[in-house]
Structures are given as C-alpha cells and as structure tokens.
Ligand binder design. Structure first.
Ligand code: HEC
Length: 488
C-alpha cells in the first residue's frame, strides 16, 4: 500500500466510524421517514409456506389483539375467526410492522432495542411473531387445518373489572351529551366514599357505563364513549360534607383506552375515613347519538392495618407551559432536566405530548454517565403507560439528572395534526401542546435505596452484567458507605 493509499484508507475509515456513530445518535423521528419493520423469515428459521392461521396466527391474535378486536371491544373490527381475519391480512401485516411508531398495532410503542425492556403487561409482538405474520400474509394468508385452531376465547359482557372484583365500587352522578354539540369541560362534583376508617388503595379502575348498545357498530372508540378524560382527587370531607379539605391525593388520570392502575405493594394510596372523590375536571364530547352515562370507580384495598413503606412521590418532569412549536417542521425536540433531590425509584413512564408528538425518551445523567432509560413512540390517539417490572425499574441516586426529550412533527405527514400551518404554544387542548411525563415515581430513604440495590445486585450474574436502570448497583462499597453517611 502506498502512503497515499494508506491516507485514503485511513480517511475512509474515519468517515465510516463517524457516519456510523452519527447514525447511532441522531434519531430521525419524522413521521414521513418511519420505516415498517419487515423481516426475512429465513432469519428466524421459518419456512414461509408452513405458516398458517390455525397453527400460528390465531394464537397471536388471541394473546395480543382480541382484547380489543372482539364483539363489543374497543377495536373497529372483530379478529377472531378465520373468515373475519382473512380480508385484513395485508393491513394486519402493515399495521403490526409499524411496531413502535404512530399507527402501530397492537398499540404499545416501547422501543425494544434500547434501555429497559422488562415491562408489566407488555402485549407487543416479538420480531419472530412479526416475521410470522409477514410470511403468512405474503403467502396468501392460508388457513391450514381448522382442527388445530385454538378454541375461540370467550369474553363476557365486557363489563368485568381488569383489577378483579373490587372491594368498593363508587358511582358518579348521571350526565348526558346531545347527539351533536360543543365539547364540555368542567367539575362533576363529589362522590362520597362512605368509608368509616382509613384504607390504602392497591388498585383502581375507572370505566364509563352508558346506554350505547355494546353490539352496535360504532366504528371507533370515540363513538363508544362520551367521557374523553377526567382528572380527579380525593380527600377528607369538611363538617358539612361539601368540600374536600384534607389528605388530598391526586389519582392517575382517567382516559379512554387507558389501563387500570395497580399500585406497588410498598406504595398504596390513602383513602381516609369520611372522604370523597372530587371529579375536578372532565372533558366530554358528543359522539353522534344522544348518550346518558355515569362513571364507575372500582377500588381494591390493601388489608386493614397496612401502612405504605414509600409514601413520598418523586418529582414531576416535563414542561406544560413554555412550549414553542413551530409549524411544518419534523424532528422538533423538547428537553427538560430535573435534578433528583432524593434517591428515586421510577415505577412507571407515561409520556404525554399532544397531536404533534411522535416520540419521547427519558435518560439518567449520573456523573459522566448518560443512560437511556427508555424511548417510546407516541400516538396521540392512545395514552399509554409503561409500568416497569419491579426488579427492572430505574433506581436512581440523588443528584441524578433526569432528562426527558420529546420529539414532535408538525408536517402534514403527521395524521394526528389538525393544521400544519400554525405556530402553537402550551395548553390543555390537543391543538395546543403539552410535554410532560405523567408517570409515577417514589422517593426512597438511604436505607430503602440500599435495600433495593442489594436485591438488584443479587440478581446480577457477574461484574459484567449491567443493570441499565441502576447506575450505582456496581458502585464500589466505599462510595456506598460514604453516601450512607451523607458525606459524599
Ligand atoms: C388496546 C386495543 C387494541 C389492541 C390490543 C389491538 N387493536 Fe387494532 N385497533 C384498535 C383500534 C381502536 C383501532 C382503530 C384506530 C386505529 O386505526 O388506530 C384499531 C385498528 C386496527 C387496524 C386497522 C383497521 C383499519 O380500518 O384500517 C388493524 C389492521 C388492527 N387494528 C389490527 C390489530 C392487530 C393485528 C392487533 C394485535 C396484534 C391489534 N390490532 C391489537 C384497538 C386495538
């Protein structure tokens, strides 16, 4: 090799290294450049001709789709029998391949190649399942041997509680919307709990009960309900029961399509004696037919005498006010930094953007280390909460900088956007913007933090095993003890 050759070789190597590292960091979050994930079935050892509805596809639909795509479910069509599924095969192939981007089915947008991947109730599809669906659809969606089909799942009325039979069911007043009319936003008043002693809540689920026939064709979830979302608190009542005055607790927001909330065993929430829920702010909309409804709260309690170990909430992240969204531009980024004042365990990540939102990431900056905890796609048609498995949840020392990054796209390629031409600021409506994490975290004492870390360390195989959410798990003992003494 001559010197000149060597130089060219060296500079092309530099170019190669540069471009690959750039590609790894710069993420194109624009809707126009979203690429479906199509796989070569050979990479998974799948013979494409052998994939059938009966043997392979029906079980996938049962575990990840029929919860919604069943009679009376939230999905617009039923995907249970072969005849129901067959016409949708090409669309199913496409929608599932969108994977973690706006429009993906099932609607679960966790990016699985980065950060923490062990979440509760993750019903998303694996690469192999995607490859299987694609091979099947490309091969003409054959049925196979009907005798091999799993028995059809039986769903009851659709009114069963996801949290199991509640210990207490509370009910709001009745309300209604005309077939057509402006949206309504306001206070629906108090719902007394009737409790005579303090109880801690282990799970809560909110659902709308209305007079829309369950088997009627509504086209979409927007036609099945009139409550779009509701924020509510609880607390002890004053003497004449007219106002919540003490022990005020705010509960996770209720939104159409949002899951029930199951609180960690160490962090139950108080519902005191002589208390009430206060349905502070509800957004209702007309759905094309006059509808009467009420909201039901299913509540499960921890046993009498239970006391939570973790009672202090972690900080809120994001920014709902100083927002500057320019028109017609993809890959806009918002950044927010919070310095953790206490050791913190993050229980759930719930990105909340509005119509322009396409993605949100959360990272932890500790010393000179920067950990991507998670990135998730965002689709404003869905409000998704990602709940960490208890032994995978971020466990961050005080002093960590929690950095959230929102990605927005205000071009016409974003189908959720009403108008690509206008500047928009912050605000409550979907046409204005928010950038917050509605997730939930708890503050830990030094002792609790060390205890949690000890459990995590015991799960790690060796010094080369890495726990993304726990930057201090392998910290030298001396650092730990100096932290414990509070003289770091
Ligand atoms: C949490 C409820 C839910 C789950 C789970 C779910 N879907 Fe859907 N699906 C919907 C809703 C609601 C829509 C209509 C809104 C939309 O298109 O995004 C929809 C739309 C679709 C569409 C597009 C229909 C059209 O008119 O073009 C397809 C295809 C689809 N789903 C397939 C699936 C498959 C396959 C799965 C499982 C792998 C699945 N869905 C899981 C609720 C769900």
């Amino acid at each position: 090799m001559t010197a000149r050759h060597l130089l060219t070789f060296a500079s092309s190597l530099v170019a190669l290294i540069l471009s690959s590292s750039l590609a790894a960091q710069a993420h194109d979050a624009s809707v126009a450049n979203h690429q479906p994930h199509y796989y070569d079935s050979a990479d998974f050892g799948i013979d494409p001709k052998s994939v059938t509805f009966s043997d392979h596809i029906a079980p996938i639909l049962q575990s990840s789709c029929q919860n919604c795509h069943r009679p009376g479910g939230g999905g617009p069509m039923v995907l249970m029998t072969y005849d129901e599924v067959r016409p949708w095969a090409p669309v199913i192939k496409y929608r599932t391949a969108i994977r973690d981007r706006m429009g993906a089915m099932p609607p679960y947008f966790l990016e699985k190649h980065i950060g923490i991947t062990r979440m509760k109730d993750d019903y998303s599809l694996s690469d192999k399942e995607l490859a299987m669906i694609q091979a099947w659809a490309d091969n003409g969606a054959p049925r196979g041997n009907p005798e091999n089909e799993p028995p059809l799942l039986e769903f009851d009325s659709g009114n069963e509680w996801a949290i199991g039979e509640p210990d207490l069911i509370l009910r709001s007043n009745d309300f209604s919307r005309p077939a057509a009319g402006p949206d309504w936003w306001g206070d629906l008043g108090l719902v007394p709990t009737g409790l005579t002693e303090d109880r801690y809540v282990s799970a809560i689920q909110v659902r709308e009960i209305n007079d829309i026939p369950a088997d009627g064709v509504t086209g979409t979830v927007g036609g099945r309900y009139i409550v779009h979302h509701m924020t509510y608190t609880s607390g002890s009542l004053n003497e004449d029961g007219s106002e919540v005055v003490d022990n005020v607790v705010s509960w996770p927001i209720h939104e159409v399509g949002r899951n029930a909330d199951i609180f960690p065993e160490k962090a139950g929430r108080l519902l005191p004696a002589n208390s009430a829920l206060h349905l502070e702010a509800t957004h209702m909309h007309s759905n094309g037919r006059e509808t009467s409804a009420y909201v039901e709260f299913g509540i499960k309690f921890f046993p009498v005498g239970y006391k939570p170990q973790y009672s202090r909430r972690g900080p809120r992240t994001g920014n709902g006010i100083d927002i500057d969204v320019v028109p017609n531009e993809a890959n806009q980024e918002f950044h927010n930094y919070v310095v953790l004042q206490e050791h913190t365990k993050i229980i759930a990540f719930e990105p909340h953007l509005h119509a322009p939102g396409v993605r949100m990431c959360m990272e932890a900056i500790w010393g000179h280390n920067q950990f991507t905890l998670n990135c998730v796609g965002y689709d404003h048609n869905w409000v998704k909460q990602y709940v960490y498995e208890d032994d995978a949840a971020p466990l961050l020392p005080k002093g960590t900088i929690l950095h959230t990054i929102g990605f927005l796209d205000t071009t016409r390629a974003n189908p959720n956007l009403a108008d690509a031409r206008n500047w928009a600021g912050g605000g409550r409506r979907s046409v204005s913007n928010m950038f917050i994490d509605l997730g939930y975290s708890v503050s830990l004492t030094e002792e609790q933090f060390q205890e949690e870390m000890a459990t995590r360390r015991a799960n790690m195989k060796d010094r080369n095993d890495y726990d993304v959410g726990c930057p201090m798990c392998w910290a030298p003992e001396s650092m730990e003890s100096s932290l414990a003494q509070g003289n770091d």
